[in-house]
Design a protein around this ligand. Structure first.
Ligand SMILES: [Zn+2]
Ligand SMILES: [Zn+2]
Ligand SMILES: [Zn+2]
Ligand SMILES: [Zn+2]
Length: 357
């Protein structure tokens, strides 16, 4: 068993302007702080496979590969369908993961880090048009003022109803372009997740107790054997197997809860090349991780998003809202440069289902 140290992430309140792309943030909610500002993913590729509506930005993790020049800046983005009805148990169909990377010397950002100056001019509009509502690439605009852009008809209608109907006449009068497309608008607030910075730190080492899973499994096996000899002898094997499976799933769950109890508010565990801390044992054993579709190389586990994040982003507590146990993100081991600027990566969503609770 590994007790290698992992990095864990917590949410911190932060002024939105400090989460601007030029500061290379790890963040949750608001609009995506794109890394490559010109070659944004097409909005058609960021729609829900089930309901076909635009996906909403959930979070991004800034994770450079120090050993590679191409990955001096490197960010993984997670998008999700806002609708609870598109969220199925142990299926990640309502998600899309994108990886983007840039060398230190690039056409968007200065070689040296930016100072934290709120009034610094950094016109992102110069590179690409972004949706006034959600921040995705925006191929269309308001035909009246021509000053605000939209990824989709859905978001144009939403913005018109919430806000734009009243400000469009004013914008038509003005000659200068409208700047600061990174700011969350009123209509954005109605569908985007609450914005937070993700602050990443080392997990406390001293309290790590290595759980001897083998010993636990042996105990479990013995228990089942004993019971099989006794009162359970009439029960078909398949049922005993079921029992064994759910009991060992409880062990995984216990281990999960013990490990996170040290930092109950963690929303991210970063352990590149490591293994995810699963919430339950079933479901993930037979999922194979597909090879990178760009370089055909292997993928490895990089980080996981914890269910605690759901407590911070206003998803609602009604039965039919979006939910997950663990979101495990797998990325190209070589972090290759092939393919588009935003490369799709792989995600496993594991839920704590009723049968294991
Ligand atoms: Zn959907
Ligand atoms: Zn949009
Ligand atoms: Zn307008
Ligand atoms: Zn690759």
């Amino acid at each position: 068993m590994s007790n290698k140290q992992v990095d864990i992430g917590f949410l911190e309140e932060k002024c939105s302007w400090l989460l601007h792309p030029r500061f290379f943030p790890s963040k949750v909610g608001g609009k995506p702080a794109w890394l490559d500002l010109k070659n944004l993913p097409e909005p058609g590729g960021l729609t829900c496979k089930t309901c076909k509506e635009p996906l909403i930005f959930l979070c991004q993790v800034y994770a450079p590969f120090e050993e590679s020049n191409d990955c001096f800046h490197r960010t993984i983005f997670i998008f999700i369908c806002r609708k609870g009805s598109c969220c199925k148990i142990n299926s990640a169909e309502n998600f899309i993961i994108l990886r983007c990377q840039l060398p230190r010397k690039n056409e968007y950002y200065s070689f040296e880090p930016y100072e934290e100056n709120e009034n610094e001019v950094f016109p992102m509009e110069k590179w690409a048009k972004m949706c006034n509502v959600c921040g995705l690439k925006a191929p269309s605009h308001c035909s009246k003022c021509k000053k605000v852009n939209y990824c989709s008809r859905e978001h144009q209608i939403l913005d018109w109803k919430k806000e734009h109907k009243t400000i469009c006449p004013d914008l038509q009068e003005k000659s200068e372009p409208r700047l600061n497309c990174f700011t969350v608008t009123e209509s954005g607030k109605s569908i985007l997740f609450e914005e937070w910075e993700v602050d990443v730190d080392k997990e406390d080492e001293e309290e790590i107790t290595v759980v001897d899973t083998n010993q636990e499994l042996e105990k479990l096996k013995k228990m089942i054997e004993d019971e099989k000899v006794g009162t359970m002898s009439n029960i078909p094997d398949s049922e005993i197997e079921q029992y064994a499976r759910s009991s060992s799933a409880d062990k995984v769950y216990n281990r999960f809860s013990k490990r996170i109890a040290r930092h109950p508010d963690q929303v991210l565990r970063y352990d590149r090349g490591g293994t995810p801390l699963w919430i339950t044992e079933n479901t993930v054993n037979n999922i194979s991780i597909p090879k990178c579709q760009y370089c055909n190389g292997d993928r490895q586990f990089e980080f996981q998003i914890m269910p605690q994040l759901l407590n911070f982003i206003n998803v609602g507590i009604e039965l039919n809202s979006i939910d997950w146990g663990v979101l495990a993100i797998y990325t190209c081991k070589a972090s290759c440069n092939d393919g588009p600027a935003y490369k799709e990566e792989f995600i496993i969503k594991q839920d704590l289902t009723n049968e294991t609770m």
